[in-house]
Design a protein around this ligand. Structure first.
Ligand code: BT5
Length: 249
């Protein structure tokens, strides 16, 4: 029996040995479940990233989705991704690993991706029905050869097998702590902490969006989750979506 010291997140945990995608599973049950239900799987057959990219999800990794039903305006949703990244960074810290957050949804260690976060949901203009927050954290799982230059795992960094249940427990506890602050309206603390662990603020970045490519210096993040970029000509531009790279070539 897992004994979690949490108030909302992890009150109910659905464990699957295998599924296509915990996000897809969670979306199917989201309307029936209450706030904070967690779906976790040992293996995902069709783990996915943004824009239907593939997420490598063999046994040994932490593949989970959290169903959230915050009574807040949809403009606050991006901060759920931010607080998840914070919870991941703090969990890694507990195991002696320093993670950095790359806007909008990655956690990196020494420049390599150790965690990706995918939020999906159902919301209208002014209310949230549910959000499914998918977190993929490489723990003991092997990293495929074609990703070895850009991805890493806790095991690869530490050099030994990591107790994955302990990682899961810590992560759920941290998510719960930050989610309570979020519901309590303590959004500026989330943004401040996010910035403190950010790999992007103060750096020159390139962002590839659907229609444009932007190069500039990341100066801040807004309350709505957008990244504020100072362009070469000095103007500030808010970026809501895109793939960011830190090294310009
Ligand atoms: C993400 O997408 O980073 C979001 C990943 C979310 C995965 C979780 S696992 C639980 C839940 N259920 C799901 O089906 N998904 C969520 P994006 O920013 O689009 O990054 C995708 C890219 O990361 C891929 O195109 C690869 O280059 C790379 N990648 C794939 N698998 C990886 C892995 N295990 N570790 C690190 N990088 C990976």
């Amino acid at each position: 029996m897992l004994n979690l010291n949490t108030r909302i997140i992890g009150k109910k945990i659905i464990y699957l040995q295998e599924t296509d995608s915990t996000n897809e599973f969670a979306k199917k049950i989201a309307l029936m479940e209450s706030d904070g239900t967690v779906v976790i799987a040992d293996v995902q057959k069709k783990g996915k990233g943004r824009k239907l990219r593939k997420w490598s999800s063999p046994k040994g990794g932490l593949w989970m989705s959290v169903i959230l039903k915050p009574n807040l305006h949809p403009k606050h949703i991006t901060k759920l991704v931010f607080l998840s990244a914070l919870a991941v960074v703090e969990t890694l810290e507990e195991f002696g690993i320093e993670g950095k957050i790359k806007w909008p949804n990655d956690v990196l260690v020494d420049g390599k991706k150790i965690c990706g976060i995918l939020s999906e949901g159902k919301y209208s203009v002014d209310s949230v029905e549910y959000v499914v927050l998918g977190i993929g954290l490489n723990v003991n799982n092997p990293i495929p050869k074609d990703l070895s230059n850009i991805a890493t795992s806790m095991r690869e960094i530490l050099g030994f097998r990591v107790p994955i249940v302990e990682v899961f427990k810590k992560l759920v506890e941290k998510l719960d702590r930050w989610y309570l602050k979020y519901l309590d309206g303590q959004h500026s603390i989330i943004l401040e902490k996010w910035k403190a662990h950010s790999a992007v603020i103060g750096n020159e970045v390139k962002i590839i969006g659907d229609e444009e490519e932007i190069i500039g210096t990341a100066v801040d993040v807004s309350d709505d989750g957008s990244l504020i970029i100072a362009l070469k000509n000095g103007t500030l531009k808010k970026i809501y979506y895109g793939d960011l790279s830190l090294k310009l070539s």
